[in-house]
Design a protein around this ligand. Structure first.
Ligand code: GAR
Length: 207
């Protein structure tokens, strides 16, 4: 059994997919701690509903102190894996390096496109639609000090429809995001992968 620490800001549908996969045995681990930067987030409600330990860390203090406190909370749960499941704060590089467990992030585009500091949530889908891109998707990657640039674990692709709006694209992508997250967690927990450059290769794909 491995312990998962999940950081989530919003509705928490990705957190829910992780909890469901743990409860059904699709992931051989448990969510030990949920941390949110919003006390009224769906993520906190879901943690309470499932009897999972949870902490709220709101942004009322200096940035440096905020992330020091965040790191100490994460460490207190001794996680095997830290998961950013719709966590809308950018963790500074020094803080990423201070967490010894692997950290993974779900991003709602096919990185390296539509990533970076101002690209989160619905803004990503707005940019995809206005770019005229015919395909979008999601990426789960290992978090490194550079925002949205760490080694890619896996991606799922979705065709952009002519009548898509940012909201419909966001909604249609959610089920794929949930699948991607569960698969990525299993890849990392299996330990059967190697990182080559910016790619995460599973044992089966290694040459
Ligand atoms: C997901 O779409 C995820 O890709 C996005 O936040 C959403 C969380 O949804 N993450 C980012 O934009 C990170 N840059 P949820 O609260 O329903 O899980």
């Amino acid at each position: 059994m491995g312990g998962l620490t999940v950081l989530a800001s919003g509705n928490g549908t990705t957190l829910q997919a992780i909890i469901d996969a743990c409860e059904s045995g699709k992931i051989s681990a448990r969510v030990e701690l949920v941390i949110s930067d919003h006390r009224n987030s769906g993520a906190i409600t879901r943690a309470i509903r499932h009897g999972i330990k949870h902490e709220v860390l709101e942004y009322a203090i200096k940035k440096q102190d905020y992330f020091r406190e965040l790191i100490s909370l994460v460490r207190s749960s001794s996680p095997n894996l830290v998961i950013l499941a719709g966590f809308m704060k950018i963790i500074p590089g020094w803080a990423v390096l201070d967490i010894t467990a692997p950290i993974i992030n779900l991003h709602p585009s096919l990185l390296p496109c539509f990533g970076g500091k101002s690209m989160y949530g619905i803004h990503v889908h707005e940019s995809v639609i206005s770019s005229g891109a015919k395909y979008s998707g999601c990426t789960v990657h290992i978090v490194t000090p550079e925002v949205d640039s760490g080694p890619i674990i896996l991606q799922k692709v979705l065709e952009v429809r002519d009548d898509d709006t940012p909201a419909t694209l966001q909604d249609r992508l959610k089920p794929l995001e949930h699948q991607a997250m569960v698969e990525a967690i299993n890849i990392i927990l299996s330990g059967k992968y190697v990182v080559k450059g910016n790619r995460v290769l599973t044992m089966a794909n290694q040459k």
